[in-house]
Design a protein around this ligand. Structure first.
Ligand SMILES: [Zn+2]
Length: 62
């Protein structure tokens, strides 16, 4: 299970597997500082790409 650092949505293991396999319709992922982050959709990935540090800081607080 992975958490979208932008909107906080949880992606199930099945959804993560689909992203890894490239078969997911909406969900996607991006590597940042050696770690893969998963997103529910392209909009969240775009927001994250624009300012990854802000989203990763927010994630650390929780
Ligand atoms: Zn999202």
């Amino acid at each position: 299970m992975e958490r979208d650092p932008v909107c906080g949505k949880t992606l199930s293991d099945a959804e993560v597997d689909e992203v890894d396999a490239g078969t997911s319709r909406y969900a996607t992922k991006k590597e940042q500082a050696g770690r893969w982050h998963y997103f529910c959709g392209l909009m969240c990935r775009m927001k994250f790409t624009g300012n990854p540090v802000a989203y990763l800081k927010a994630e650390d607080k929780t």
